[in-house]
Design a protein around this ligand. Structure first.
Ligand code: FMN
Length: 321
């Protein structure tokens, strides 16, 4: 059974972005669910063996904290043996196991994983039944529409198989794999999925404001919304959405608040091993829209370590209003 969610707004899994520090921040601002970056089932199996030999657990590899709960772990990869092993390894640590069938990146689709699976109904059915039979925790699914424009209704068949096999919730990012991130997310497809489904549907795609979140809920009747890029460098969005849904208004945050919030993010990263390149990427996102932001980002990109980055951001904080 799915856990209870404190909000209808979820943070999307984003490789290199939704690290445990950002997830914790979004959680503090009221995200109902956070999801780890997607992780290969093969890496999980290989790492676990190595970690076990050193009396450690998979938590060293997929980092998280208790304060993130309910917490979902996202897996990718279609080898059924590795899938069973990988799911069993992560199960004790997470509340939900999410399966990725949306990633459009060629290095993922070429290994018959991510979005490529949408056109493989037989294999997909086996993947779902393997997952459901391997673990007792709820299994959820994240999909795109289809692969090409001609196959943009594949999601309906996949959703039906998922429901029949016991998947408990589906997130739809209504673009095709070939679309990547171009064009607009077709929210009508979320509505159509909701109409044929008996399990909760999470709508995803192009939400950047509280108004967008409410509009998606109103237009599609989805149960929850999931936010990716709109929450980058902007963890406030969850509080704003929750307030807007409840009261019709919300707090606005200044650029100074955003920079302050970057320092909070930085403070949280100290508890985890996060690549410096990723932290730099986060710093850039927290400066999005700030006056003189492109110059600031040029400086950020040249920083070589945390203390250089910290100095650049502190200097920016002194001049920002
Ligand atoms: C940098 C980046 C990394 C992403 N990584 C993942 C991932 O690991 N797993 C996944 O299911 N989706 C991933 N996505 C897709 C998002 O979860 C989401 O479906 C997509 O960005 C659309 O939502 P948005 O318009 O709110 O950003 C990623 C997106 C971005 C921009």
């Amino acid at each position: 059974m799915l856990p209870k969610f404190s909000s209808r707004a979820f943070l999307a899994p984003m490789a290199g972005v939704s690290d445990p520090a950002l997830r914790l921040q979004c959680k503090k601002f009221g995200a109902g669910l956070v999801v780890t970056e997607f992780t290969s089932i093969h890496s999980i199996v290989a790492k676990e063996r190595h970690l076990r030999e050193n009396q450690k657990t998979i938590q060293e590899f997929i980092q998280f904290s208790e304060n993130e709960r309910p917490l979902s772990v996202q897996l990718f990869g279609s080898d059924l043996i590795a899938l069973e092993k990988g799911a069993k390894i992560v199960e004790p640590f997470f509340d939900i196991i999410d399966y990725n069938m949306g990633c459009p990146a060629p290095h993922i689709t070429q290994q018959m994983a991510g979005g490529a699976l949408l056109q493989e109904t037989n294999l997909t059915q086996q993947i779902f039944s393997t997952l459901i039979n391997s673990v007792k925790k709820p299994v959820t699914l994240k999909i795109r529409l289809g692969v090409t424009d001609a196959s943009r209704y594949l999601f309906k068949e996949i959703a039906q198989i998922a429901e029949d096999e016991g998947i408990e919730m589906i997130t739809l990012h209504p673009r095709t794999v070939n679309q990547g991130y171009s064009g607009e997310a077709d929210w009508n497809m979320i509505k159509e999925l909701k109409e044929i489904s008996n399990i909760p549907i999470v709508g995803n795609g192009d939400i950047t404001t509280p108004e967008d979140a409410k509009k998606m809920m109103d237009e599609t009747n989805c149960d929850y919304v999931m936010i990716g890029r709109g929450a980058m460098g902007n963890p406030f969005l969850f509080e704003q959405i929750n307030d807007y849904l409840k009261t019709g208004s919300y707090n606005h945050y200044s650029f100074k608040n955003r920079l302050d919030s970057f320092f909070e993010y930085l403070f949280l990263t100290k508890n985890y091993k996060i690549k410096f390149a990723n932290i730099k990427g986060q710093a850039m996102r927290f400066t999005k829209g700030i006056k003189g932001g492109s110059k600031l980002r040029a400086k950020i990109s040249l920083s070589k370590n945390i203390s250089e980055l910290e100095k650049i951001m502190k200097d920016a904080l002194l001049v920002i209003k």
